[in-house]
Design a protein around this ligand. Sequence first.
Ligand code: AMP
Ligand code: ZN
Length: 469
Amino acid sequence: MRLYNTLTRQVEEFVPRDPKNVKMYTCGPTVYHYAHIGNLRTYIFEDILERTLNYIGYSVNRVMNITDVGHLSSDSDSGEDKMLKGAKREHKSVLEIAEFYTEAFLKDMDDLHIKRPATICKATEHIKDYLKIIDQLMEKGYAYQSGGNVYFDISKLEDYYILTNHKIDDMVVGVREGVEEDTYKRNQADFALWFTKSKFEDQELKWDSKYGVGYPGWHIECSGIGIAQLGEYLDIHCGGVDNIFPHHTNEIAQSEAYLGHKWCNYWCHGEHLNDATGKMSKSKGEFLTLSLLKEKGYHPLAYRLFCLSSHYRKQLVFSYENLDSAVSAYEKLIRKVKLLQQETMGDIQTDLYSLFQTRFQEALEQDLNTANALTVLYDVLKEEQMNTATKLALVENFETVLALGLLEKKETVMEEDMKSYIQTRIEERNVAKQNKDYTLADQIRQELLEKGIVLKDTKEGTIYEIETR
Ligand code: AMP
Ligand code: ZN
């Protein structure tokens, strides 16, 4: 398996410490609002990564956090706590907000066939783990108290910016225009490990500590949960590209300062989903959710197909037009597979099976090239030398990674019995032709064509073929 590693800035062979226990950590949502479909693109990428690792024989132990405290409006420790902001917006408590949006997130995951990580942890349930790390960092001289908060001192590290390729000046979020400078910090890129009431009086959730009653910073949560759940060594850590700095940079800094050795070998990041105005983000106000797409009649798995059609390291532009193309490709796939299920014939052609299975696997092993993996699926469906039993067996195999629900019964238009629908339309067209109503006959042909059904008039009568593209 070859993967792009942000740490080394190259595609390299993935070698886990233990193939039977690949340790994977994926940053989870801050549950102050619905996930937008951009966030969901990142979770789909991580799901494909986990499923691919399983597909090629690794056992994966995956952990995801649910951030229900400590994530401030700016990732550089300024602004209000996002959870508090959400609670005020909805006149509810932080815990109520957290519970509601966690449930909504899990529902989105289910709708998109994103496998639940083996462990999902709430940030508020690991406070003692963060304090254990903070205490050690204080003892070792990596952390200091100032203005009531505990900060990590980045000047104590030789290579704080190891994960990024940028010049230090570009990366210091704290001194960016419009961002309030925190005068308590020794270096502007220092980051908070523990906030106390001295800075945020109205914080709802607080815990006692030797540094005062307060709450953890967002970055320490992922290190704390990761180390508590997966131990001192991590194989893969994932997130969206905006997590590279400061979040993952800070995670590396504090974890490695605490552990005294390298923490994680592979850092994998998914590119953003953009809309016409740039990166999709919640701070822009209106944002697209999966529920909204569902309300508009889009099947969530058509959105999954939309995401899989492009490479995870390329920016993807969302538009309804692009999504519509994915929907029509999705509906064609569903119909084609449904026909296979109705007409499964022959014994598995083992040579063809392994040829296409290998091509599919190779596509995924090349840094998760899902677009090429989908091409293999389309090729299988249109391969004339292959019988339906072999095709169906390959679809079943591919579905363990793609998880597009191609083998399930759908409750939409796709639920119709396609064969009888097509047959009825063909008969109606025959009647139209007998009545010399060629306009209607053409209309029916066109209607079927738009659904990917190609009619062919032969001496024996009209037959049809299903296109997959
Ligand atoms: P958040 O809930 O803001 O912490 O974000 C959850 C995940 O979504 C993180 O891994 C982010 O990197 C990722 N993310 C944020 N915005 C986008 C976007 N526009 N496209 C793809 N992923 C995103
Ligand atoms: Zn994280």
